[in-house]
Design a protein around this ligand. Structure first.
Ligand code: ZN
Length: 345
């Protein structure tokens, strides 16, 4: 098969589109999926660079998200058959620890993510545990299905499971543009919440409005929390989605109403911001961290897509062999929605 592999950590020039060995069934519980689409996540860039101790065995195939067709299954597989269109839950744990046996494999100490500790989806075929194959809602294309797993599971966990966002509440989403924040904006809008976003350019401000944001706040202003107070009658918002961190973190906390909830799944502008702890206990604030989520939450995401006729926001689609261009696009940070790799065609 053809795949995009790295033979060493480094820059975009490390991505090589080349022939690789076809994956084989090695367990009676596995499936082989012929991929039609994959999507690019910021973690792919971290793994390519070798950041955060994300070492891999070379040559390594990147990619945590994928959608395609099942072409082979092990003897014990019952949940999918050859020919089924599926998208992939990206995490596999040890299967034995207390986290794994309670459907929280994504927190397992021996976690293996597609594209991290196992070969990923920038390829024509991938081997996965069959129970990680989920049927694709009929309304979604393979490209749209490949946009879902990593980002939408995380956003579902942040907003629904952890923040328990409700209709009529208000939510501020920081730094509109990437896959997580556009998904959060979509989901919050669907729930009937008042949505405020911050954006760093005139183009992003306009795009945020077009995607349903009630108020788009210019991130270049001195203190967006003041603007949030102005827009909410000094009350503040019920929920903040802050996957940016950095200097704005304290302003995110200052944007919350009493009893408000902050959810985070990233810190692109800095992981060690100053925090006034008094603001947290005086105002009864709650802070939730999320990375990925459970299979059950992935099931909820797919069910929601089907019943709401919602489709993920896609920024651009690149061919697999042009993965370097896709990484370039992500590195520029100007995307609005998910960056997709089309594996065939
Ligand atoms: Zn485990």
């Amino acid at each position: 098969m053809n795949a995009v592999r790295i033979h060493a950590h480094g820059g975009i020039d490390r991505l090589r589109y080349e022939a690789a060995e076809d994956p084989q069934l090695t367990s009676a519980d596995d499936a082989i999926v012929k991929l039609h689409a994959a999507s690019v996540n910021p973690m792919d860039i971290c793994i390519r660079h070798g950041l955060h101790g994300m070492e891999v065995d070379f040559p390594h195939i990147l990619g945590s998200d994928g959608a395609g067709t099942v072409v082979a299954t092990g003897a014990r597989v019952r949940n999918v058959q050859s020919g089924a269109p599926v998208c992939l839950y990206p995490a596999s744990g040890c299967g034995d620890c207390d986290l794994c046996v309670t459907d929280r494999e994504y927190m397992c100490a021996r976690l293996r993510l597609l594209g991290q500790r196992q070969q990923g989806t920038y390829a024509e075929y991938v081997r996965v545990p069959a129970r990680n194959c989920f049927p694709i809602p009929a309304e979604l294309s393979f490209e749209e299905a490949a946009a879902l797993p990593f980002v939408y599971i995380t956003v579902w966990r942040m907003l629904i499971t952890n923040a328990q966002l409700k209709p009529g509440e208000s939510v501020l989403i920081r730094g509109i543009g990437g896959g997580v924040v556009t998904a959060a904006l979509q989901l919050a809008g669907y729930l009937g919440t008042h949505t405020l976003v911050t954006a760093g350019s005139d183009e992003e401000l306009l795009l945020a409005k077009n995607l349903g944001a009630e108020h788009a706040i210019d991130d270049r202003c001195a203190d967006f929390s003041q603007e949030v107070r102005n827009l909410t009658g000094k009350r503040g918002v019920d929920v903040v989605v802050d996957c940016v961190g950095g200097d704005g973190w304290s302003k995110s906390l200052a944007s919350l109403a009493k009893g408000g909830r902050l959810v985070t799944c990233g810190a692109t502008a800095g992981a060690k911001p100053q925090t006034d702890v008094r603001r947290i206990f005086w105002n009864d604030l709650k802070i939730f961290g999320s990375t990925l989520g459970t299979r059950e939450e992935f099931g909820h995401v797919l069910s929601f897509m089907k019943s709401s006729h919602t489709k993920p926001k896609i920024d651009q689609v690149f061919r697999l062999k042009d993965a370097a261009k896709a990484h370039q696009r992500m590195a520029q940070g100007k995307q609005f929605g998910k960056i997709i790799l089309r594996v065939d065609g």
